[in-house]
Design a protein around this ligand. Structure first.
Ligand code: NAP
Length: 254
């Protein structure tokens, strides 16, 4: 069977670069196109420049060029707040977004560009990674730089569902940089894990998010599903190996 051609947006990001390496490791199954903003960062994070396309999700023409001939799209791009100067002693650090790179620009309009391009290119599946917390408009992440990041990400999720393309929406808990494949992955919905100051599981390694993304590209049960995802602590239970069973627990709709 011909390899499935997949565009990864946010390919030089912390999770996006892991996805690119995992897809490349399964090179009989996938052909990877990596959309990057910086060639230098691509060399550093991705090694080989095979399939690397320089562009920007806010520039529709570059997205159209990158997505041509792809059967799937993975969205791992994101806006990123930056600290406003050095933190003052005893005060919480303040954050802002660079001009033109607010969540509305990147997480909504940029994702709309990606999704519209995917519709035009007749892409068969979009795997979109977002964040837990989107059911609470007063979540503190929305106040960072007054960017309302979770609100814009959630609107982009609805836009994807409304596009009619088969979707997999992966809303991650707090991301950590630990090895993947060592924890039980658990799925939920509507921020059911998101109970502040509780002992609910709420985090997961970026490598496990990347594995969920890669598995979603082949598992039929992952299509037209949206879910929250976290992991248990390593010692609590056996690591997840049956992704078909995991996706079977997930449900359609936002
Ligand atoms: P990350 O490292 O910040 O990567 C974001 C990527 O987006 C980068 O590669 C960046 O490009 C790219 N990007 C930004 N603007 C772009 C543009 N205009 N055009 C093209 N690419 C653009 O992300 P992460 O930490 O892996 O997180 C992955 C996802 O999980 C994000 O959606 C994040 O919000 C979400 N999440 C994070 C947490 C957490 O605890 N941090 C929790 C839950 C969910 P460059 O490489 O050029 O900068």
């Amino acid at each position: 069977m011909a390899a499935k051609k997949v565009l990864v947006a946010g390919a030089t990001g912390q999770t996006g670069s892991i996805v690119v390496h995992k897809l490349r490791d399964r090179n009989n199954e996938f052909e990877v196109v990596s959309l990057v903003r910086s060639e230098a960062k691509a060399k550093e994070k991705l090694g080989s420049m095979d399939g690397v396309v320089v562009g920007d999700i806010t520039d529709r023409a570059s997205v159209d060029q990158a997505i041509a001939g792809c059967q799937a799209l993975v969205i791992l791009s994101s806006s990123a707040p930056v600290m406003k100067g050095p933190p003052q002693p005893g005060q919480r650090p303040e954050f802002e977004f660079p001009a033109g790179a607010y969540p509305e620009d990147i997480d909504y309009n940029g994702q709309k560009n990606l999704i519209d391009a995917a519709v035009a290119a007749k892409v068969e599946q979009v795997v979109q990674v977002g964040s837990m917390g989107g059911t609470d408009e007063n979540h503190y992440l929305n106040s960072l730089g007054n960017g309302k990041i979770l609100i814009w990400k959630r609107k982009a999720e609805q836009y994807l569902i409304d596009s009619g393309i088969p979707y997999t929406i992966v809303r991650a808990g707090g991301l950590i940089d630990e090895p993947g494949g060592r924890r039980e992955i658990i799925v939920g919905k509507d921020d059911s894990f998101f109970i502040p100051d509780s002992n609910m599981p709420h985090k997961l390694p970026r490598a496990d998010v990347a594995e969920v993304v890669v598995q979603a590209l082949t598992e039929p049960h992952a299509k037209n599903k949206a879910f929250d995802v976290v992991t248990r602590e390593e010692e609590e239970s056996a690591p997840t190996s049956d992704f078909a069973a995991l996706f079977a627990q997930t449900t359609p709709g936002l």
